[in-house]
Each structure stands twice: as C-alpha cells, then as structure tokens.
Design a protein around this ligand. Sequence first.
Ligand code: ADP
Length: 510
Amino acid sequence: ALSYEDSQRVFDDIDRHFQLGPEFLVELTKTFLEEFRLGLSSYNHPMAMIPTFVTGVPDGTETGTFLALDLGGTNMRVCEVVLNGDKTFSLRQQKYKVSDSLKTGEATALFDYLADSVDAFLTTHAASAYATDTPGENSDVVHLGLTFSFPVEQTALGSGKILTWTKGFSAKNAIGHDVVQLLQDAFDRKHMHVKCVALVNDTVGALLSRAYTAGGCVLGAIFGTGTNGAYVEEVSKITKLGNSPAAAHGGHMVVNTEWGAFNNSRSHLPCTPFDNSVDRLSINPSYQAFEKMISGMYLGEITRNVLVALIDAAPKSLLFGGKSTTILNTHYGFDTSVMSDIEDAWEGPRKSLSGDKSAPAFSTFDASTLPSNISAKLERIRSVVVKQLGFNDSDVTLKDAAIVRWACSLVATRAALLSGVALATVLIQTGRASFADADGKFLNRPETEKITVGVDGSLIEHYPNFERTLRDSLRSLVGEDVEQRVDIGLAKDGSGVGAALCALQALKQH
Ligand code: ADP
C-alpha cells in the first residue's frame, strides 16, 4: 500500500513542478528581452515583433463614426463606433457565430460570410453619420477597421499577409494572402459601399482604446483564449525596417509582439509533464509555447491533466476514490471558467512567490478537525466540483475539493507569474524599469507618472487574484515603485474602438 509519505510525495512533486522562484523569473525575463531584440532585428523569428504602422496613440480628442469587424476570438463581431472626442464613445454591436466548417473551409466562404454579416448589420443597426470629411473620399462609402487577431505580416496600416492560423482556424487559400484584400474582395463581390482601411490586432486595439479613454497608454495585452501584447516602440529600435520609408520617418510605432510564441523551443520554460501532454496533443505542437502555459484555452486542460494523474495514481488513487467522469475524461472538457468558479468559492489567499515547494498536507487531511470557516469554503467548492465535473454527490469528499482547489491555484498562479514576466519585459525594453542590482536594490529613477496598460480577456477580467499575482511577479522583477505606478485597466470594447481609431489614423495618413 501507498504510505502517507509516498502519497504526500506525489503532491509535493507536482507542487514543485509548478513553482517559480524570483531568480527563475529574472532569468526568464532576460531571455524574453533577448527574443524581443531578435524579433525586432529580423523577420521570421518566432517572437514576430510585427511592425503595425500605427505611429501614434490617441489622446481622447479623436472624433468620427466607423464600422469595426472583429475576427479572432470565440465570436465574430460587427460594431459601429462613435468617437465623441472627449475620451468617451458609444458603440452598437452584434455578435455572429463562426461555424467550424467556415473556420476550416475555403477562405472565400469565410470572407463572404464576414461581408454578409456586415451587410446585415448595416441594414438593421447602423446610423448614417460616417466620417467622410476627408477630401476626395466618396461620401457614400463607409469606412471599416478590421480587428484580425492572428499573426499577420503587416506592410501598411491597411494591408498585411496572413502568416499562420491559430486558435482552431485553418481556412484554405488564406495563408500568404492580404487579409484586407480578401475582405475587400468579398465586399466588392456584393457591391457593398464599405471600404476596409485599417487592419489591427486585438492587442493593438486594446492599446489604442485604452489610450483613447485614459489619454495615453504604453501596452495593450490580451489574456483570453490566447495571450499577446502590443507596445509603443522607438522606430530606431525596429532595425528590421531597414531603409524603408517607415524607418526614415522615425518616431514611434506600435509593435505587436506575438509573445504567445515566446520560447517555442521550450528550453527555458518550466514545462511539466502535464504541459508536455497538452502540447503534444494540441493542433499546433511546439508552437505558442508561452501561450499554452498562460491562456484560457489551455489552463483548464493542464489542470485536467493534473487531476487525471491523481485519479490514476497507483498503487492507490489520490483523488475521487479513483472515479472519473466524462467531462474529466474529455480532451478540453474542463473549462478554465470552472477553475475561476472553484477559486471564487475559496476566496482565500494563494501561494505566490514563495520558496515553499510543498503541497498542503493532504496525506494527513482530516475533515473532522477543520475550522468551520474552512470546511464551509470546501463545501462550496465540493458542490461546484460535483456540478461542473458531473460527479454524484457521494463521489466527492471535502479532501477531494481541497485537492482540486490546490491544483487550480497551482496552474493559475504560474500563469499569472509568467504574465508578469511579459509585462516586465516591455517596461525594461522601453526604459521604464530595470532589474535589481547585485544587492537586490532597484535603481529606477523616482517618478510619479502612471504607466498605463490596457488589458482585455476573460482571464484577467474574471479569474480571482490573477492581476494580484501578476503584480507580485512584476514587483519582484522591477521593484515596488514601478509596479505601483502601473495602472492596469480594462480596455472595454477594445477591438471595436481600437479598429475605429486605427481607421481614423488611416484616413488621416492618406
Ligand atoms: P476571446 O479571447 O476569445 O475574445 P475571452 O476573453 O472571453 O474571449 O476568453 C475566452 C477564454 O477565457 C476561454 O478559453 C474560456 O475558457 C476562458 N474563460 C471564460 N470565462 C472565464 C472565467 N470566468 N474565468 C477564467 N477564464 C474564463
């Protein structure tokens, strides 16, 4: 039989696998900076550091009415955005489902569907006051900004080649084509008076929209189905622009990092057996390595792997008395939002940056000796587990509930700490922060100016303590002074407002 010590060792081993210490985070940030620099100097690097040709961020005074189309998340959205010029906007939107057959069929069918959706939206929702005060523009034409959240090699504000699909898309005859042209062709096939003038990534949208509502912004970041970030860089540091007109123009440009691809070789990332299994069975093995440890699409699946390993532990099961459920046995059956629910029910502090690499003493867990507040919390978790994972009430004990909560917290804490590494990298790269010196002191200049960050995505919006843990990581990397000045705010409707702001910038550049 498995002794107490042996079973505790299984929990402790898993715990140790997921722990990240402060020194490790520093090393990882250094590697991240190195990849930033490689991506800025050459094309075809996994950390793509894509120049977006967005050369300035809004300050809230912008005005106009635009259409925006957003493709790249779970839903497709069409919206009409009115920028009021006083940091406020109004927005009307409609969501449209993109079926799996459209995601994986012919690209023309997908883009025809997008055009039809815009047409339907215009017929039912849109007002008529569109920004057409630009000289020479046909006043009947409606200007649209496209938020397209897949890797694109952008060549101008209004054009870019699709590099790869991610997040379950694989439409044929799209890779290598200009996505704006594909969409415009579909509009033209239907004789619609809509002109796509700007192409933005959702991260750029988050950056621009937060800049509009906050009067400035340095970084837009997504923590949703996937993760990515875009920040304002000096053009002189984007050395791969070479002698292009954009390089000669100088100034600043927004760079879409595609940081989800950080360390695809996985030599620096702290991969556990549970991550390896997620990667191996994913539709894109050895791509998007960083994203697979951080984003909503994968956290539930990593946690599911941990739970299943504990169920299957031999010679004695360590969870649910060896029982499993259809949900737990199904690839991607355990959704990240269930982790949120479980941690919500706990409402307690989690382990963050600690040197303590051991699990709670589950092997000596005794429900009868728990303080009543703890057993009440575990009872709440127990009912979430029974309901969401499809167990019978009698299958789940309070100890099982405690173990599931611990597993969720391990996986989510690591995700938030790694997210802090990405943020710290941007702050260091842009000269806003530096690492501690050899004595552990931070020599950042004393400043008071806020460092505005716009974020979007269900994970950062809803996961309990995600931002707090991200801040723990940031603080350990760049010091408390800088961390306190970082103002993380939701970029509400970022993709729609961002696309509108980008369309406005495109019209001004013409
Ligand atoms: P998208 O990134 O596709 O635009 P979201 O930002 O809503 O959309 O992210 C969806 C992802 O977030 C899914 O992977 C889902 O599992 C996860 N998710 C949804 N709700 C929650 C929640 N309450 N807490 C944590 N994760 C969530």
